[in-house]
Design a binder for this molecule. Structure first.
Ligand code: GDP
Ligand code: CO
Length: 397
């Protein structure tokens, strides 16, 4: 892959926020072919380097009642070297959708000779392991709570059990396996450019097409546009310099080194992606006390990489967009200790004008979970490890 180098970086305390880097070539040829020597604007990430990162990476797919065909497509786009981790919150009653996902994954792994873990979000053993490790805040009624974020945290812990160094997330409702492949290549490229072990790569789509009369290649979704604007305002008011550097507040497709993943607090449900940025700014922006000294010393590095593939996923309607995506994202920004009054007022105005909030209403504070590092990993391992085999997609049942 050939991508633009980091041409512009903004600093917020020990956080290095890189401006968007575009992919120039999905495939940059043989290693002995001319690289970017002498070329200061682009970098050639060799295939071997990419492969090394893929082998150290778990790709976590969160799925809840998505079309099986889409799930299968997404799985087929993940490079062979990555460990697949699927956390499913799909229905089990009447039609056992989880069972269908598991069967599809098992068949796929059998024929492609690769490994995958698949677990249901409501698996009692997972809840037991979390409780014994001291993570009961994730539980409700004795089981892991619903929500994408909750599934992601489980996936992070499983990736750590599997001794991976990186975790990348990919939604299960993507129509293009080729786009999935590109996301993982971008994750690897980002990590290869990182100078800190505390690194994050967030994907920006070239286009997000809308199908109405024909296909219209939109640049940004409206929710991301709005969320980015307020996130940038939050940064601007803290640094004193206006910025528009953040273009990936809501990036569902993103990856982290596990060293970074385990020191961040996470928000519930769909507030999870914007909150990751907020947790980084709060923990390492230098305005509040540093959350962890090693990461503060190395710095936290954020890459935003723009893909060539457009992003086409299942459309879930405006109610989902406004109440499940816009509100939680803006609520997370609103309740950040870094958020000043002017930004707060703008957020409320935005939510009232969209009809998500009534006049004089305040967005509810999203539930926040402690960083995973505060849990007892050896206890989690003790409970999970003996049965880890049974979560392998290749296991009989
Ligand atoms: P959007 O694309 O950001 O609008 O959000 P989606 O509704 O497509 O959700 C992103 C991904 O998370 C999809 O693959 C969903 O199936 C999955 N997802 C949503 N809710 C849950 C949940 O409670 N648990 C798990 N494990 N996955 C979920
Ligand atoms: Co989606």
């Amino acid at each position: 892959m050939r991508i633009e180098v980091q041409r512009y970086t903004e600093r917020f305390g020990s956080v290095r926020l890189n401006d968007v880097q575009r992919v120039l070539e999905l495939d940059s040829g043989r290693a002995n072919e001319i690289g970017a020597t002498g070329d200061i604007a682009v970098v050639k990430v060799e295939e071997e380097v990419t492969r090394d990162y893929e082998e150290k990476m778990a790709i976590a797919i969160m799925v809840k009642d998505e079309k099986l065909k889409l799930f299968e497509g997404v799985v087929s786009g993940v490079p062979h070297g990555c460990l697949l981790i699927v956390v499913s919150n799909s229905k089990r009653k009447r039609v056992d959708r989880f069972r269908m996902e598991k069967d599809a994954l098992r068949q796929y792994c059998h024929f492609t000779r690769r490994s995958a873990l698949i677990i249901h979000q409501k698996d009692p053993l997972l809840a037991k392991a979390l409780a014994e490790a001291g993570y009961s805040e994730l539980l409700d009624d004795g089981l892991l709570r619903d929500g994408k974020s909750e599934g992601m945290i489980a996936a992070m812990l499983l990736a750590k059990l599997a001794k991976k160094g990186y975790i990348g997330f990919i939604d299960a409702d993507n129509y293009f396996p080729g786009a999935v492949l590109e996301y993982v290549k971008c994750y690897a490229a980002g990590f290869s450019l990182a100078t800190s072990p505390y690194a994050m790569v967030r994907i920006l789509w070239r286009y997000k097409p809308k199908v109405s009369e024909g296909m219209y290649f939109r640049r940004y979704g409206r929710v991301s546009e709005v969320c980015n604007k307020h996130m940038n305002n939050l940064v601007s008011t803290n640094t004193g310099f206006e910025t528009d550097i953040i273009k990936t507040s809501n990036a569902g497709e993103h990856a982290m080194s596990l060293r970074l993943a385990e020191i961040l607090p996470y928000a519930t449900g769909y507030a999870v992606e914007p909150q990751e940025l907020l947790s980084i700014f709060e923990g390492f922006g230098g305005v509040m006390p540093m959350a962890q000294s090693a990461a503060a010393k190395h710095g936290v590095e954020i890459f935003q990489i723009e893909t060539r593939n457009p992003h086409l996923h299942e459309e879930k309607g405006t109610k989902h967009l406004h109440e499940e995506m816009l509100l939680p994202g803006l609520a997370a920004i609103y309740h950040s200790p870094l958020c000043v009054d002017t930004v707060r007022d703008n957020i409320v105005r935005e939510l009232v004008s969209t009809g998500v909030l009534k006049d004089n209403e305040e967005p509810a504070k999203p539930r926040l979970y402690d960083a995973p590092r505060s849990i007892d990993m050896s206890k989690f391992q003790e409970v999970m490890a003996e049965k880890l085999d049974s979560y392998s997609a290749l296991a009989a049942d």
